[in-house]
Design a binder for this molecule. Structure first.
Ligand SMILES: [Zn+2]
Length: 327
């Protein structure tokens, strides 16, 4: 199946990416973020983005990558423009935005100290506090300054900095979350290792990343908007499982989320790049549809479709619940 997709990937699109701020520093060449080997095979070329697959472990990753993305500096530069746009904030702070994440989080963690890594504008922690007041002590961390300032203005305790370099007086934590974060990192394994050090024994770690083998990815190929320069790692269930160190046990894993609007828009769109503004606008539109009472029958059909996709491992994201092993 993937072999067929690869062929399609190679012939799609020709317009250059217009992602701002990615041409000021030399590229960073990477070894496999999963096994460390330097044996890449070509997998996909989408304008300036080059994805390779490790011949040893089959991990798909971007190589080389702009240095600003490898260091996280890029996210600081787009902080206000994207994360604080009205559409993005309105979507992120909507009660429906993190409903799936909150549901699975509550299943395992009923209270305690929570650290959200890559917290952006703090919306997940805000929802946690708003719904379950006084049950959690929360802290967010992000490299991007403007969204952190916004989160603090909404009452969310946050620190700005690199997670790997940060010292946390609040540790150990009962839970650490990585919602749509590991795919952006040059060294995702190091982040999980540090999370394990910061968790109490039996503490929980939640990981959500895009699913390379989702229906949308298989159907759209390189047209899929989530194959873009900000994503450095492209996980499958197999490679994400292999990323887990011996520090963690895997308690639960599933695929979740499905956005037919993305499939429809990306299929029709000829140019390959979707601007950050368009991404935020779609989030806002999707949120409005979720909240519209007239569309209840449609939402029921949608929920059923998402469940079927989830069972088939074809939904948009992989969601793993990890528990720190006892020593
Ligand atoms: Zn590898």
């Amino acid at each position: 199946m993937l072999h067929c997709i690869r062929t399609e990937f190679f012939i799609a699109g020709s317009a250059p990416f217009i992602t701002p701020g990615l041409d000021t520093q030399p590229n960073l060449f990477r070894h496999c973020p999963l096994c460390g080997a330097d044996e890449p095979e070509s997998f996909l070329q989408k304008q300036t983005l080059r994805l390779v697959r490790c011949s040893r472990c089959s991990m798909v990753y971007a190589n080389p990558v702009p240095a600003e993305l490898g260091s996280g500096q890029y996210y600081d530069s787009i902080g206000s423009q994207y994360y604080l746009s009205a559409a993005k904030l309105q979507s992120d702070y909507s009660p429906v935005r993190f409903e799936r994440e909150l549901k699975i989080f509550r299943k395992y963690v009923s209270g305690g100290a929570v650290l959200d890594v890559g917290c952006s504008s703090g919306a997940f922690l805000f929802q946690l506090g708003a719904r379950f007041q006084a049950q959690y002590h929360v802290l967010g961390i992000d490299t991007s300054g403007p969204p952190i300032e916004y989160a603090i203005s909404r009452g969310i305790p946050c620190v700005r900095g690199n997670f790997l370099e940060q010292h946390f007086d609040q540790a150990p934590f009962d839970a650490i979350t990585f919602w749509a974060v590991l795919e952006h990192l040059a060294d995702p394994k190091a982040f999980l290792t540090k999370a394990a050090h910061l968790l109490r024994p039996d503490g929980y770690c939640f990981v959500l990343v895009p699913n390379l083998k989702s229906l949308a990815s298989r159907f759209l190929g390189s047209r899929y908007r989530y194959i873009y320069p900000q994503h450095l790692n492209y996980f499958t269930r197999k490679t994400l499982t292999r990323l887990l160190s011996e520090d963690f046990s895997l308690l639960e894993s599933k695929t979740t989320h499905f956005n037919p609007l993305v499939i429809w828009q990306d299929w029709r769109r000829k140019e390959a790049e979707v601007s950050n503004r368009q991404r935020a606008d779609l989030l806002k539109r999707t949120t409005a549809l979720k909240l519209n009472p007239i569309l209840l029958p449609v939402r029921k059909l949608y929920s059923l479709t998402e469940k079927v996709l989830g069972v088939s491992d074809l939904a948009d994201n992989l969601l793993f619940v990890l528990q720190k092993r006892k020593l």
